[in-house]
Design a protein around this ligand. Structure first.
Ligand code: GDP
Ligand code: MN
Length: 377
């Protein structure tokens, strides 16, 4: 789950990171009132779950109340890469002398948390990563010890080789960010930029945090951070229906039981030159209601031109699954072709049931995937 900058900053503050104060508001009047409270200058910052707000005109420096009014009016309701701005953060503007990037993420190769940092912080970090990756420094963190003092200080000195005071502040910020990351069960936490004022005081002035959905049970309070309006509607429907779903941009809708099989199916769709429209793990049940929910979610995507069922019958029997699929598709008005592969317990009975329907049945995984791609055009 991605959270907004103002929410990420609240988490950061709780772990002792220096963040300028701020208030999230939804109207121009509230924006003006909180600007008056903080005193000028302030920043008006769009709160959307997408990067590059600054470049899109969604982050504005305001010297006067007139500026606040004008910018809040323009930014509230603005569309940033398909995300509508409903909330802006009003925060005291700081004087910026230098900007840094500090990020924590999970490195899948080492299976550890990795600190990444650069002196080239600011709005162009993606460009830095692409064109001059050597300017981004990395440190793999041993979970037994956390980010050790000397590791943090070494990184601080790489970023600020000529200024020990700044290096120390950076080192301390990186250690706090590590603790915040671990304690909140984040999967990503970025400060971009971390800034120093001309007086040499450091602040985290942006926060980008993703929380691990699988750890939400440990943080019941974080559920309130979920922005239901900003979430992809199909992903929300799937979560509410208890389905594990990720929307992608292809045209082959995939309905699979088991996450591993779902991944393998998507791999094979790609292998044969197709594009999966989604990842969907329907779980171990043959319940027609679940199939209907899953089909509704997939069919809401108008890009989907064919639907591919790939079901392994273990404890769930293939004939039950076939009946579930038939009951579900009969109760719906579906105008895209459906291809089904059933394998495992009672597969023959399952296929016999499908033979009396419009559903296309295939025996092997290669076959069913090729057919689905062909039908999707
Ligand atoms: P992003 O574009 O979505 O990453 O939004 P940021 O919060 O990182 O802001 C983008 C840029 O706006 C920063 O890199 C800064 O250059 C500038 N900016 C943000 N906050 C302040 C501030 O308090 N004072 C000044 N002078 N500039 C700011
Ligand atoms: Mn930023």
């Amino acid at each position: 789950m991605n959270i907004h900058e103002y929410q990420g900053k609240e988490i950061f503050t709780g772990f002792g990171l220096p963040v300028p104060g701020g208030t999230a508001v939804q109207t121009v009047e509230e924006a003006v009132a909180s600007a008056k409270e903080y005193g000028l200058p302030v920043m008006v910052k769009s709160q959307v779950l997408i990067g590059g707000r600054g470049k899109a005109g969604g982050v504005k420096f305001c010297e006067t109340i007139e500026d606040v009014k004008e910018n809040a009016t323009n930014i509230l309701g603005m569309d940033i890469k398909g995300h509508t701005v409903r909330t802006v953060l009003i925060t005291p503007a700081v004087d910026i002398d230098s900007e840094f990037y500090i990020g924590m993420l999970i490195d899948r190769n080492t299976k550890r948390i990795m600190l990444m940092a650069s002196a080239e912080g600011g709005i162009e970090i993606e460009k830095v990563a692409k064109d001059t990756p050597e300017l981004i420094f990395k440190q793999i963190i041993d979970p037994r010890f956390g980010l050790l003092d000397h590791e943090a200080m070494d990184m601080g000195m790489r970023l600020c080789p000529d200024d020990i005071k700044k290096a120390r502040q950076l080192a301390s910020a990186m250690q706090k960010l590590y603790v915040a990351f671990v304690e909140s069960d984040a999967s990503m936490a970025e400060i971009n930029p971390w800034i120093f004022t001309p007086e040499g005081v450091g602040h985290a002035i942006d926060a980008k945090v993703s929380l691990d959905d699988n750890a939400m049970f440990r943080h019941p309070a974080y559920e309130a951070l979920r922005d239901l309006e900003a979430e992809d509607p199909s992903e929300r429907a799937a979560r509410e229906a208890g389905l594990s779903f990720v929307k992608l941009s292809g045209n082959v809708g995939c309905l699979v039981n088991g996450a591993g099989l779902a991944m393998a199916t998507m791999d094979l769709v790609k292998y044969y030159g197709g594009q999966p429209a989604n990842f969907l793990d329907i779980g171990g049940s043959s319940n027609p209601e679940k199939v209907v929910n899953a089909l509704n979610i997939i069919l809401a995507d108008k890009e989907v031109k064919a639907i591919l069922f790939n079901i392994f019958g273990g404890i769930t029997r293939c004939d039950d699954v076939a009946n579930g699929i038939i009951a579900a598709t009969n109760s719906m008005d579906i105008d895209v072709p459906i291809v089904v592969r059933l394998i495992g317990t009672n597969e023959e009975e399952g296929r016999a049931l499908l033979a009396n329907t419009d559903l296309v049945s295939a025996e092997t995984m290669d076959e069913v995937v090729k057919k689905a791609i062909e039908l999707a055009g």
